[in-house]
Design a protein around this ligand. Structure first.
Ligand SMILES: [Zn+2]
Length: 222
């Protein structure tokens, strides 16, 4: 068998390049190393949150922890809303905590979900939301205004935020029988409340409030 035929005989065998072989004379044995296989890194929703956090380093303070859960739980801010994970949801939970500070309600940080509950009514053994005031809606609007400052600070677009948030509240907040009856009027009412809240804060005030919130959590839960 010629040298060339001998070389070609290896074609088709697997892992030929990985077999150890001895140099002529057998003085040294060499192991050919396979090229490292790089698994492509999949972008996950968490990556988006991390990118936003890197653009807003003021958020990462002692006392701040976040996760992919929903809401505020065990002193950890959640970045999930339903099936979606995103920085805007994390910003919403942060904004809730800042709003509590503004209302001198920091004690609520010791309860999951800030201890916020809508009044319930029981019908045929099942509980349903039964708000008698617009307090929950008004709070969400105050929170949304603060949330916008956080999102802007992290480089997120907020151009359609007020419209989207107000629309979502009209659809999902269980307060359709209090306040304005017509859905357009209710949406407009909520938009005005969000704009008012946004205008009553600025970026520096939000950052200072956030550092107080984190210091409080760090003292109590750290
Ligand atoms: Zn909320």
């Amino acid at each position: 068998m010629s040298a060339s035929a001998s070389r070609t005989s290896g074609v088709g065998k697997t892992h030929t390049a990985l077999r150890p072989f001895a140099r002529r004379g057998g003085a040294r044995a060499h192991q050919l190393q396979p090229a490292p296989v790089r698994t492509p890194v999949q972008a996950t929703p968490e990556c988006g949150v991390l990118r936003a956090l890197s653009r807003a380093p003021w958020i990462r303070r002692p006392g701040f922890t976040w996760g992919t859960h929903e809401g505020f739980r065990d002193y950890s801010f959640g970045a999930r809303a339903g099936p979606e994970i995103g920085f805007q949801h994390l910003a919403h939970e942060m904004a809730h905590a800042i709003e509590l500070l503004g209302n001198a309600e920091l004690a609520r940080l010791h309860a999951n979900g800030y201890g916020l509950r809508v009044a319930q009514v029981e019908i045929l053994g099942r509980s349903y939301d039964n708000p008698e005031t617009m307090q929950a809606t008004e709070r969400e609007c105050r929170v949304a205004g603060i949330q916008m400052h956080i999102m802007e600070s992290a480089g997120l677009r907020v151009s359609s935020f007020i419209d989207d948030f107000a629309e979502t509240m009209v659809q999902f907040m269980p307060d359709w029988f209090v306040g304005a009856k017509h859905s357009e009027a209710r949406k407009h009412q909520r938009e005005e409340l969000i704009v008012k809240s946004y205008g009553s804060w600025d970026r520096n005030a939000v950052r200072e409030a956030w550092s107080e919130v984190c210091a409080h959590i760090h003292r109590c839960a750290g």
